[in-house]
Design a protein around this ligand. Structure first.
Ligand SMILES: Cc1ncc(COP(=O)(O)O)c(C=O)c1O
Length: 428
C-alpha cells in the first residue's frame, strides 16, 4: 500500500528536514531501494555513506535479530556486555597504535561533541581550530566547527566560543592555483599566521579535520597537509582530531583514511558506517588520553547500545572476511578512471577526485565557476531514470559517489550508464 494513501507524509513530520526526494521507500536490499509503489532504484547514496555493505546485509540482520532477543539496551554505565567489549577490542586492533580505547555515542555529531570535551579537558585549553568547508555535524559544539555553509549557523549564534576556521587546501578552487604542494604550503602558512596574529597555539586544545573533506566537496587532503598539521600539533601540544565519520570503515581503501595518509591522529572520530545502519559512533584515542577523562565526566544513555554494537561487529567481520577494504581501493580507482575518461568528453566536469570509493565529480561552467545547475539537472535525470545520487560541495556543484563497498559490478555499471547519460543530457 502506498504511504501516501495511508496518511499524508508532509503533515506531522517537521519541515526542518530538508527532503532531497519525496520517495516512499518500503525496503532496501543490497544496493537497491524499493518504493511502496513498486519502483526499484539503484542506490548510490547508501544512507549517506552508512551502508558500507548495502541495505540489510544478511550477516548484520542476523546479528541484530539475535542481539535484540538477548539484550536490547542496558546503558553502558550499568555493566559490560559482550558486543560492546568486542567492538572496542576490534577497533583497537584495526586502528593504528596507540589508538586502542573507545568511548561510544550514537551519532556523528555526538561523537564530535565528545572529542571536543575530551580535547578541552585533557589539555585544559579552550580554543579549537577547524577548516572552512568542513562539516562536523549540527549540534551546538559540532555545528560551531562546521563551516560548509553559513546556513548551518545562521539563526543559532552565539555558537561555541574560541573556534577558529582556517583554509583547507582545495587545489581546484585555490587562489594560489592548482598545484597541490603550493596550496598546502599556503594553507599551513595561513595557519601559522592565525597562531601568530589571532590565537596563541598555547591556548589551542585541538585541530579538528576531515582527512577527505566530505560535505564540502569530496576533497582529499593533498599530500603534506595532514603531516603539517601533525607536526604543528606535536610542536604546540595541541591534539589532532580526525573526523572520520564519513571516511572511516574502509571507504577510502584503508580501514581508516589516516592509514592511507600514514598520519596518526590523537583522536579518531567514527560514526555513520560503524553501525552498518544502526546508530553508533565512537571517540577512539590512546588509553593514556582516555585516562585523563575521569569516570562520569562524559556519558550517554544509549551510546554503544548492544544491538548497534552487534551490528557493527558483524559488519566489520564481513568487511574483513571479504577483503572489501582492498576492493574499495581498487574499485574506487577504476571507477575514478572511468569518470576521468568521461571528463575528457564533457567539459562540464571540471575534476574527478577520489580516495578509494569516496569519489567526487565537480561540475564547472565554461569559465570554471561552480556549476550548481548542471548538478541539479543530473541528479534529477538520474532519479527519473532509477538512480539515487547525491550532491555536495560548498556550491553544491559536486556529485559524490558513495556506493556500498560490496556493490555488485552489474549494479554499478547500470548506475554509471545512467550517470553518463545524465551528464550528456546536462551538457547538451
Ligand atoms: C564528516 C562528518 N562529520 C560529522 C557528521 C555528522 O554526523 P551525524 O549526522 O551522524 O551527526 C557528518 C555527517 O554527514 C560527517 O560527514
Amino acid at each position: 500500500m502506498a504511504l501516501s494513501t495511508v496518511i499524508d507524509p508532509t503533515v506531522h513530520l517537521s519541515p526542518v528536514t530538508a527532503r532531497v526526494t519525496d520517495l516512499p521507500i518500503e525496503r532496501g536490499e543490497g544496493s537497491y531501494l524499493y518504493t511502496t509503489d513498486g519502483r526499484r532504484l539503484i542506490d548510490f547514496v547508501a544512507g549517506v555513506a552508512v551502508h558500507a555493505l548495502g541495505h540489510c546485509h544478511p550477516a548484520v540482520v542476523r546479528a541484530v535479530r539475535e542481539q535484540a532477543g538477548r539484550l536490547m539496551h542496558l546503558c553502558a554505565n550499568y555493566g559490560y556486555y559482550p558486543p560492546l567489549v568486542q567492538l572496542a577490542a576490534t577497533l583497537a586492533r584495526l586502528a593504528p597504535p596507540p589508538l586502542d580505547t573507545a568511548f561510544f555515542g550514537n551519532s556523528g555529531a555526538e561523537a564530535i561533541e565528545g572529542a571536543i570535551k575530551l580535547a578541552r579537558h585533557a589539555t585544559g585549553r579552550p580554543a579549537l581550530i577547524a577548516f572552512k568547508g568542513a562539516f562536523h555535524g549540527r549540534t551546538m559544539g559540532a555545528g560551531s566547527l562546521t563551516a560548509s555553509g553559513s546556513r548551518y549557523r545562521e539563526g543559532y549564534e552565539p555558537l561555541l566560543g574560541s573556534v577558529y576556521h582556517a583554509t583547507y587546501p582545495y587545489p581546484l578552487r585555490s587562489p594560489l592555483g592548482p598545484d597541490p604542494a603550493r596550496v598546502v604550503a599556503g594553507a599551513l602558512a595561513e595557519l601559522d599566521s592565525l597562531f601568530e596574529l589571532v590565537v596563541s597555539p598555547k591556548t589551542v586544545a585541538a585541530i579538528v579535520v576531515e582527512p577527505v573533506m566530505g560535505e564540502g566537496g569530496y576533497v582529499p587532503a593533498p599530500p603534506g597537509f595532514l603531516e603539517g598539521l601533525r607536526e604543528r600539533c606535536d610542536r604546540h601540544g595541541m591534539l589532532l582530531v580526525f573526523d572520520e565519520i564519513q571516511t572511516g570503515i574502509g571507504r577510502t581503501g584503508a580501514m581508516f583514511a589516516c592509514q592511507r595518509y600514514g598520519v596518526t591522529p590523537d583522536v579518531l572520530v567514527l560514526g555513520k558506517a560503524l553501525g552498518f545502519g544502526l546508530p553508533i559512533s565512537a571517540v577512539v584515542a590512546s588509553r593514556a588520553l582516555h585516562e585523563t577523562w575521569p569516570a562520569g565526566k562524559h556519558g550517554s544513555t544509549f551510546g554503544g547500545n548492544p544491538v548497534a554494537a552487534a551490528a557493527g561487529l558483524a559488519g566489520l567481520a564481513v568487511i574483513e572476511a571479504e577483503g572489501l577494504v582492498e576492493r574499495a581501493r581498487e574499485l574506487g580507482d577504476e571507477l575514478a578512471a572511468r569518470l576521468r575518461a568521461l571528463a575528457d568528453r564533457f567539459p562540464i566536469i571540471g575534476e574527478v577526485r577520489n580516495l578509494g570509493l569516496m569519489i567526487g565529480v565537480e561540475f564547472v561552467g565554461p569559465d570554471g565557476s561552480p556549476n550548481t545547475e548542471a548538478v541539479q539537472r543530473i541528479l534529477r535525470y538520474a532519479l527519473e531514470h532509477g538512480v539515487l545520487m547525491v550532491g555536495c560541495g560548498t556550491h553544491r556543484n559536486v556529485i559524490r559517489f558513495m556506493t556500498a563497498l560490496n556493490i555488485p559490478r552489474h549494479v554499478l555499471d547500470a548506475g554509471l550508464e545512467v550517470f553518463e547519460a545524465a551528464v550528456a543530457h546536462a551538457e547538451g
